[in-house]
Design a protein around this ligand. Structure first.
Ligand code: HXC
Length: 268
């Protein structure tokens, strides 16, 4: 039975905030944006590399939440494009309170077959992209007085995961950025926090990492190793995001939202 999506938060807990979400056109980034807006975030700018995805996401988010949503094509690997996205946000809305670093790239590849460029590409999107966008947004976030950077990482780097040497290294570095930036930017009233999602149903990331074996088969395979015996839903990551955006004495922490998956050990 599907759980009823009922928010445990005050419906206006993000009143007046402006958010910039990389990877906001699809998957977890889209749903995080949706939940921020459903909790009365004033406006959001969503970024990604494909205008068509962003346009569609903008339309749906605006229709559903009534908030103002703008989009900006931006490859987070390029510092200048990150600066332009922040400038655009400032021009549109005059402020920035919440930066979500959700843009990521991934594919499965055995370590001995992965080219150096393939490894570097994922590091560049996930790790450099998180740094580039955070750095570009620093000055505007520092003017907020109550700002937060939310980095989306993963749990695959906590142990080791087959065919994910690139993404594991990249996400471990993202978690490290969360801690370092929290340390340095706390005095500017910028909190830096993370969410480490487990497998989330019906997102492009999950679909991409299990090509050709079908949605139900993916769910059956992964739920075996999840104590809660189901995949997560994107809104559950969205609610964790709302919590972290309002948790004013939490910084430098990464919240695992994975149904207990990374703790799991087969009984025998
Ligand atoms: C092996 C591959 C590959 C594959 C790309 N490469 N796909 N190697 N297997 N399937 C190699 C290429 O051969 C090339 O190296 C290098 O990576 C760069 O590839 P490009 O296609 O030129 O890069 P680009 O166009 O920039 O695309 C980036 C990308 C792509 C990450 C490779 O897949 C992409 O843009 N994906 C969309 C975003 C995405 O993946 N979202 C899902 C995120 S899910 P050579 O040496 O051959 O030139 C996620 C979840 C994490 O992050 C946690 C999971 C549990």
């Amino acid at each position: 039975m599907k759980p009823i999506v009922c928010s445990p938060f005050q419906p206006d807990c993000l009143d007046g905030k402006v958010a910039l979400v990389t990877g906001g056109g699809s998957g977890i980034g889209f749903e995080v944006t949706r939940q921020l807006l459903l909790h009365k975030c004033h406006a959001a700018v969503i970024c990604g590399r494909r205008a068509s995805f962003l346009q569609q996401a903008q339309r749906i988010l605006q229709q559903e939440t009534g908030a103002r949503v703008e989009y900006r094509v931006c490859d987070v690997r390029d510092p200048e494009q990150c600066q332009a996205a922040v400038k655009f946000t400032q021009q549109q809305f005059g402020r920035l309170d919440i930066l979500v670093n959700g843009a990521a790239g991934n594919f499965l590849a055995a370590a001995h077959q992965l080219s150096p460029k393939g490894f570097a590409t994922v590091m560049a999107i996930d790790t450099l992209g998180t740094f580039n966008m955070s750095r570009a947004a620093f000055s505007l976030l520092a003017q907020s007085g109550d700002a937060v950077i939310l980095n989306i990482s993963a749990t695959l780097q906590y142990g080791a995961t087959h065919w994910q040497v690139h993404a594991s290294a990249a996400k471990a570095a993202v978690d490290s950025l969360t801690r370092s930036l929290a340390l340095e930017w706390g005095s500017y009233q910028i909190r830096v926090v993370g969410i480490a999602p487990g497998p989330i149903a019906d997102t492009p990331g999950t679909t991409k990492l299990a090509p050709g074996i079908g949605k139900d088969n993916v769910a059956n395979m992964v739920t075996e190793g999840i104590p809660l015996k189901r995949m997560g839903e994107a809104w559950e990551i969205g609610h964790a995001a709302v919590f972290l955006c309002t948790a004013r004495y939490i910084t430098g922490d990464v919240l695992v939202v994975d149904g207990g998956q990374w703790l799991y050990k087969h009984p025998m």
